[in-house]
Design a protein around this ligand. Structure first.
Ligand code: ADP
Length: 647
């Protein structure tokens, strides 16, 4: 029993073993080998895709797209070296062979067009088409091609190249009716890669176009900015030049002739000109004449240049008459210009603008350059603005010339007058002294008794001689002060001078019942002065106060220490001086309207006083309210001690 059982067990085990090996050989081993093959082809495919993708790039130019297509096809051909790779491009209802890879037997008729409905089908379906045996189907139109390439079965897949180029397809051909299981994923991968690369390329190309467009727009804007910038710089320069010109015209103490030449210099600098000249209209000659202060023209040539305004061939004359600016690129070769002066000054480019003042044309400005075609319309406009400013300075210059001529004439007349006065005064003084001497002797009765009438007549004569003597000594003083009188400066006690002047006037004051008082302190600082002349100033002010304040008036002298200066004032409570006369009382020979008829005088006392005080470096002035008296004051600089301190 046991043996039976063991026998059955052994049999069973042997059967199972056999069955195992049977099944292993029949099913498992082929499955395992298929699995290994699949794994290998999967790993090959992965390597292929990775490698090709690593090297793939999206071309930036449509024409470079062919390179990337070739690259893929070469890669593919390496995997399937027995196959043919043909690339077709669609155009006008036909497919043109544009590229191929194959070890062919006979040189194919390449780059010719083919018509095979399968191409269109593949293109419209957009998918992989497979032809296991092309001989079994209709492939008319490509028989010759397929025979050259030895193609029996085919796979084809379309793709769209970049840059809007015509559609293409890849035809993968094999020599035997075949099975394309291995090649299909490769072809699908390659064509889909080419399509997506072309999409990226399209984007890159579009972006590049956009970038180029933007770049050209930016560079256009930059160019415009450059132009605007240089225009702004130009404008700023022009403004600066204009400012300089206006400063020259309006600046203080500006000598008109220098101002004119300075403006022409600025213009020359501004427009980089070689010659700048003003041609002013000379009415007496009826000509345009080059004025002094021109730039780049020697004075010797300047005198040569004058054009009659009747000469219409001259561009300057035409600008003068029409008031229209003129510009030419080459004055030596322009029939509208008299070329002789352009040649004389060796200039080519020329601008001419009118110079007018308050609608009155006074001349033209000519600006020349040795270079041809050098000036611009902008510069012509700038010149027109400058010309207006120039007109003002030319007018100033003309006025200045007229005025200085007049001033010279007046100075000459004044000199003659001063000399005349001085001579006449000297000549009058000697006989007057004689007359006065004899009148005094006769009046004293030394040469015999006088009756009352004779005494009266001689007294009047004596007074008249006194007045005449006073006038003559005033005239002589004035002529000395106008000449080169030397002041004898020394340290002077003004309080002392005032005191002695006041006491000398007491008698005269008493005659007019005038109360004269001296409020000047003895402590008043000393001044540097000429005693004789300053005494005369104090006397003049006191005499005037006594003369004009009238009977019973009060006259008061004060002195004030102002630190740097000492001020002496003589005030009275007389009729005062009207406001409009106050600024004239210091003029020579001026006499007040009312006083001229009532009070004798020469109109020279205050003029002499002013001149004396000013020669001392001081000031003299009057304060008065009509009806409330006058206050005449003068200030002299205080004398300095050795340390430079006032004392
Ligand atoms: P004169 O006294 O000889 O006229 P001055 O030069 O001394 O010449 O004075 C000029 C004028 O000033 C006088 O004619 C007078 O009108 C006016 N004037 C001067 N001092 C006084 C004064 N104290 N009060 C009023 N008028 C005065």
């Amino acid at each position: 029993m046991l043996n039976e059982l063991i026998g059955a067990g052994v049999l069973g085990a042997a059967g199972a073993f056999g069955a195992y090996w049977y099944l292993k050989f029949r099913d498992v081993l082929p499955m395992e080998s298929r699995l290994r093959a699949a794994q290998k082809s999967f790993s090959d495919f992965t390597v292929f895709t990775r490698e090709t993708m690593e090297r793939a790039y999206a071309p930036e130019q449509p024409e470079h797209y062919g390179d990337i297509t070739n690259y893929y096809l070469i890669k593919l051909h390496k995997v399937f070296p027995d196959s043919s790779m043909l690339v077709f491009e669609k155009g006008q209802g036909q497919w043109r062979l544009v590229n191929y890879l194959k070890h062919f037997k006979v040189e194919p008729k390449l780059l010719t067009a083919y018509k095979w409905s399968a191409f269109d089908r593949s293109s419209s379906e957009g998918e992989l088409l497979r032809f296991d045996d092309v001989l079994a189907g209709d492939y008319q139109g490509v028989e010759e091609l397929f025979s050259v390439f030895d193609i029996r079965s085919a796979l084809m897949c379309p793709f769209r190249p970049a840059g809007g180029a015509a559609e293409r397809l890849v035809l993968f051909g094999a020599a035997s009716p075949g099975c394309f299981d291995a090649a299909a994923p490769y072809l699908r991968f390659v064509t889909s890669q080419l399509s997506s690369i072309s999409r990226v390329s399209d984007k890159v190309i579009a972006l590049r176009k956009e970038t180029d467009h933007l770049r050209s727009e930016v560079s256009a804007v930059v160019k415009e900015l450059d132009v605007a910038g240089s225009r702004l710089i130009q404008r700023a320069k022009e403004r600066k030049a204009l400012y300089e010109v206006v400063t020259k015209v309006t600046g203080p103490g500006q000598d008109a002739q220098n101002g004119c030449s300075a403006i022409l210099n600025i213009v020359a600098k501004m427009v980089e000109a070689d010659v700048v000249a003003c041609l002013l209209f000379d009415e007496t000659k009826g000509e345009l004449v080059v004025s002094p202060g021109s730039y780049g023209i020697p004075d010797a040539d300047r005198v040569l240049y004058s054009i009659p305004v009747s000469n219409h061939a001259s561009a300057s004359v035409r600008t003068f008459l029409s008031r229209k600016p003129f510009i030419t690129a080459d004055a030596q070769d322009d029939p509208d210009v008299l070329s002789q002066y352009a040649k004389l000054w060796e200039i080519h480019s020329l601008m001419i603008v009118p110079i007018s003042l308050h609608d009155r044309i006074i001349g033209v400005m000519r600006v020349g350059s040795r270079r041809k075609d050098f000036f611009t319309p902008d510069q012509l406009e700038f010149l027109s603005i400058i010309a207006d400013e120039l007109a003002i300075i030319i007018e100033m210059f003309t006025l200045y010339e007229n005025l200085s001529k007049k001033a010279q004439e007046l100075a000459q007349l004044n000199k003659i007058k001063d000399e005349f006065l001085s001579t006449v005064s000297h000549e009058l003084k000697t006989p007057l002294t004689t007359i006065k001497g004899f009148v005094s002797v006769i009046l004293s009765g030394e040469v015999g008794p006088l009756n009352e009438q004779q005494h009266n007549f001689l007294t009047v004569t004596d007074q008249s001689v006194n007045r005449l003597t006073h006038l003559i000594s005033n005239l002589l003083d004035l002529s000395r002060l106008n000449g080169k009188v030397e002041m004898e400066f020394q340290k002077v006690d003004l309080a002392e001078l005032v005191r002695s002047s006041v006491s000398a006037m007491l008698l005269k004051a008493r005659e007019g019942r005038i109360d004269i008082s001296n409020a000047v302190s003895r402590a008043l600082p000393h001044v540097q002065a000429d005693t004789r002349w300053i005494t005369q100033v104090i006397d003049n002010l006191l005499i005037n106060a006594i003369k004009y304040a009238g009977q019973g008036a009060k006259v008061r002298v004060t002195g004030t220490d102002k630190g740097e200066a000492v001020v002496i004032c003589v005030e009275d409570d007389g009729p005062g001086i009207p406001a409009e006369e106050q600024k004239m009382v210091f003029d020579k020979f001026y006499r007040g309207k009312t006083s001229a008829n009532q009070v004798p005088g020469t109109g020279l006392g205050l003029a002499i006083s002013k001149s004396v005080v000013e020669k001392h470096g001081g000031k003299i002035w009057v304060e008065s309210k009509p009806g409330k008296g006058c206050r005449f004051c003068f200030a002299l600089p205080a004398a300095k001690d050795k340390t430079g301190q006032g004392q």
